[in-house]
Design a protein around this ligand. Structure first.
Ligand code: HEC
Ligand code: HEC
Length: 220
């Protein structure tokens, strides 16, 4: 059932992409850039390349993937982990109850056509991978594991969106560690083929993969 809904939603987005120009002529398409600057940029930056290591970089994610993830937040299929972000720390006392980020609440405020517009906007942004301090030995092991088990969906060492999987290369380490933990406890959706492979990973394999994702794209 879950998968069926997912397929219907993806189909909806594909239809939307086809009819985009007609909508645009009729002036009914919300401006994805404006919406993103208004609701998202304080945390994810203007182009989705977040500068806070607790907030994921989402620039260059495919439109289908972003649409799918925001829909999961909207329907509570994925629970966002409450995070104290720098943007929230700056808020004054009156807004104290919103000091922790809640992507579920944020997504619930958006209409479907607004999510579509934001997803298209993000797909047109360029991902700027952030190389972070990494362990060379672990990263080399991580690359082997990635190439064996993950590369066919997280293409180009995890730097490409071509298979509608998240860009992992240059993602913030904090965020990767949190999501590896969530995925290990099967707290969020992942494709069946990923689940099968993810289950096989030892704790050291997971560490190695993270070191690989935060290392520069080409490791000798
Ligand atoms: C107050 C800060 C904040 C705002 C505003 C915010 N986000 Fe987020 N976003 C986060 C944090 C923190 C996470 C990570 C949540 C987690 O780890 O579960 C996140 C996660 C995400 C993810 C999941 C990324 C992934 O790799 O799976 C997407 C997509 C996303 N946000 C899109 C948006 C969009 C679109 C908006 C505007 C409508 C927005 N966010 C507004 C802080 C924010
Ligand atoms: C069948 C394709 C496929 C394979 C194989 C696969 N993944 Fe994924 N992966 C995905 C998709 C699609 C998502 C997004 C799931 C969602 O939230 O909707 C994802 C999500 C993730 C995330 C969460 C990233 C984020 O931004 O929140 C991580 C981490 C991840 N995969 C790591 C891996 C690792 C490590 C492997 C290899 C052991 C792997 N994946 C194999 C398709 C795949």
């Amino acid at each position: 059932m879950f998968n069926l809904i997912r397929i219907i939603l993806k189909y909806h987005l594909v239809l939307f992409l086809f009819s985009f120009s007609f909508y645009a002529i009729a002036n009914e398409v919300p401006d994805g850039n404006k919406l993103f600057q208004k609701h998202c940029s304080e945390c994810h930056q203007k182009d989705g390349n977040s500068e806070d290591n607790n907030i994921p970089k989402i620039a260059g994610f495919s439109a289908i993937l972003t649409f799918d993830i925001l829909d999961q937040f909207k329907s509570d299929d994925r629970k966002s982990i409450p995070i104290k972000t720098k943007a929230n720390e700056d808020k004054d006392d009156e807004e104290k109850d919103s000091k922790e980020t809640d992507m579920n609440a944020i997504a619930k405020k958006l209409k479907t056509n607004e999510i579509e517009a934001i997803s298209l906007f993000l797909a047109n942004q360029t991902s700027k991978p952030k190389t972070q301090e990494y362990d060379q030995e672990l990263a080399t092991l991580g690359k082997q594991i990635h190439m064996d088990l993950c590369e066919n969906c997280h293409v180009e060492e995890g730097a490409s969106n071509i298979e509608d999987a998240p860009i992992l290369k240059g993602q913030w380490k904090n965020y990767l560690q949190r999501q590896f933990a969530e995925l290990s406890e099967i707290k969020r959706y992942m494709p069946k083929r990923m689940k099968k492979r993810f289950r096989k990973l030892s704790e050291n394999d997971k560490k190695a993969l993270i070191e690989f994702y935060i290392s520069p794209t080409i490791i000798k």
